[in-house]
Write a protein that binds this ligand. Structure first.
Ligand code: SF4
Length: 388
């Protein structure tokens, strides 16, 4: 059976508040029956509250609407994010006074409050779920959509996979890319040739290993798979291959599965706001120009369907090339624009493939527009007089 994703378009027919995105969020919350579901629940609202001087995270106008709906339904809401983002979040407008509920570091001060779960995957065994998340009885996952240097994009999955784990686990998730060998020094023992490989990368993605300067290390975040290094490296010495890139996505799917498993069936729902989509994650601490036009707001109980709908809505949007920082180099191909920006091995759909295999939801979905433009009178009613 296909999942349902409720959708609000960023477009308006008339210049009226009732057609704007916050109003469409209200309609989505109604369709998700959020108020009816949260009575007596301790509701964790997971946001990414950004960092430093970033301003493209979810505006408090949207957050307050969700908080109000939870309170109206008789739930007790609180907002969480990782401690280093919550520290100073008041300077970006995330306060109890503005939002209507407290904003907590998800794993307490210095991230010492967590529950440990076991799942063997690559370099990982223990996964530390933030205590404030696992203590909640209901989860509202509200994500801002943007690019991401490891998995192409950040939306509902990323908000849970990284945002609901403590820093130690977040680092290990990033390190999964290094678990399977990609550098074979025995095929390139010549130090000067190693230096040429390092010098061939315009993005500083290949470096001498900090711990062992006789070895090379690849920063997967910075690598857009341009393959310049392959013109210098002896065959088989430095592998730029999808397997290493995809481990982060599989780990993100596992991480999300672990966190969601701590909630009873029907006690989670997901929202995503696709506006001011920047090239990188909101944790970078600044906001650069949008690289895609706004795509709207989405809501679903099915996290896989939700992120699939976000990707499908954005897949045909052209990258706004003049807004892309000149230090990045999009690779033109027929894949998703986020994969054009970050490289084809960072195809954002891959994460959904792993998530679906884990039973987290369905990529088969029905999109329900909560306020279709066609239902709105385009201009005036009555007979039509053309403009001269
Ligand atoms: S593929 Fe391109 S970006 Fe990646 S390490 Fe090689 S030169 Fe650098």
């Amino acid at each position: 059976m296909s999942a349902t994703v409720f959708y609000g378009s960023p477009r308006q027919a008339r210049l009226e508040a009732s057609e704007s995105l916050p109003a469409k969020l209200d309609l989505i919350l109604d369709r998700l029956h959020l108020r009816e579901r949260v009575k007596g629940e301790w509701v964790c609202l997971k946001l990414h509250v950004g960092n430093n001087i970033g301003y493209s995270t979810i505006h408090p106008v949207f957050v307050r609407k969700v908080v109000s709906a939870i309170k109206e339904g008789g739930g007790e809401p609180f907002i969480v994010d990782v401690d280093w983002d919550v520290a100073g979040s008041e300077s970006r407008g995330y306060t109890r006074e503005v939002l209507g509920c407290p904003v907590y570091p998800s794993a307490g001060l210095h991230e010492r409050y967590h529950y440990d779960h076991e799942w063997q995957y690559k370099n990982m065994k223990a996964w530390k779920v933030a205590g404030m998340v696992e203590d909640a009885s209901f989860l509202v996952n509200f994500a801002h959509v943007k690019g991401h240097p490891m998995c192409g994009f950040g939306a509902a999955f990323k908000n849970i996979a990284l945002g609901c784990m403590v820093g130690e686990t977040r680092s290990q998730i990033h390190d999964t890319s290094h678990f399977d060998r990609y550098w074979f020094k025995e095929r390139c023992p010549d130090r000067s040739l190693m230096q040429q490989i390092v010098d061939s990368c315009p993005f500083g993605a290949v470096v001498f290993d900090k711990k062992d300067p006789e070895e090379l290390h690849l920063h997967f975040e910075s690598c857009n798979q341009c393959m310049r290094c392959q013109q210098v490296a002896p065959p088989g010495s430095l592998l730029i291959q999808p397997e290493n890139f995809h481990t982060f996505m599989e780990a993100a799917a596992i991480s999300t599965a672990i966190t969601l498993s701590t909630f009873e069936q029907g006690k989670t729902t997901h929202l995503a706001l696709a506006t001011h989509m920047t090239p990188m994650c909101d944790c970078f601490g600044f906001t650069s120009m949008p690289i895609l036009q706004d795509a709207g707001i989405f809501g679903s109980d099915d996290i896989v369907a939700l992120d699939k709908a976000v990707l499908d809505k954005t897949t045909d949007l052209p990258l706004i090339l003049e807004n892309i920082p000149s230090s990045l180099e999009p690779q033109p191909h027929d894949g998703h624009p986020f994969a054009q920006l970050h490289g084809r091995f960072k195809d954002p759909y891959v994460l959904l493939h792993y998530a679906e295999k884990l039973g987290l939801g369905s990529q088969d979905y029905q999109l329900v527009d909560v306020l279709p433009l066609d239902d709105l009178s385009p201009r005036t009613k009555g007979f039509y007089i053309s403009a001269q």
